[in-house]
Design a protein around this ligand. Sequence first.
Ligand SMILES: [Zn+2]
Length: 319
Amino acid sequence: MERRRPPRPNTVTTTVTTTVGTAVGGSASSGTDPVKVATLPPASSTEKPAAPRAKRGVPEGLWQKCDGCGATIYRKEAEEMQNVCPQCGFHWYVSAAQRIAQLLDAGTFEEWDGSLRPTDPLGFRDKKAYAERIVAEQKRTGMCDAVITGTGMIRARRVACGVTDSSFIMGSMGSVVGERLARLVERATAGKLPLIIISASGGGARMHEGILSLMQMAKVSAALARHSQAGGLFISVLTNPTMGGVAASFASLGDLCFAEPRALIGFAGPRTIKATIRVELPKGFQTSEFLLEHGFIDRIVARKDLKSEIARAIDYCGG
Ligand SMILES: [Zn+2]
């Protein structure tokens, strides 16, 4: 994406500003502005334009290229449609905070365990140290880690709700994500609340935390099993992308599994699978539509209908 450049310094303007500044400081009662007149370019100077207009360009983020159809879309128009492409219906990224705002009744969300912060138990380092990466991601996204959990209302039905965010280290599940989700499930069980988890995790388990992140898969899954035994309802919503250890654990364990249209959902990436089994993969492999056809998910729900469909499912299941 193009970054806005600071405007190029303009010689004439600079001179005017400086000189006028001095003039104002010196004499405030001056009716005319002789200094300004003096600094204006001579009328005959046509060879060299005195004040070339600085290139402004398009303000960042006004337009966005759609990953679905390649069209350039006016961002505001897509935002009004909850970040869905108005031309082809492709569902773009939404942050966890935006998702909560879209899904829950206004002003009803109350965060749980927001004070949990990730640590760097292995002293892990790839291109940069994990400890530094965490701080940079927190600063960039305004989140503590890749998940937000809490409670709120969906069309006046109280729910326990968790949302992962693919912009924070690919939405991968480290110890904090796992712990917050496990606590969310346990509170849902104790409070007899319908549980909704919306997954947007392209990274699966977080490799920076090694085995500790893999343990989260079992921990959250075990909590979900207890929730199920207690008769609790769990609706899992898979969005683009849901991959790796997240897809292989809690995201697949919903009593109902919804998915947004054309979302990438799978375990290993298609290239890895192709290289391993040496077979041409079928068209549309690892999309919501393909998975619906093969019984992996229950329903594809467009973003605009998600709130109503969840409310309907809760009522249907007697939640
Ligand atoms: Zn599109």
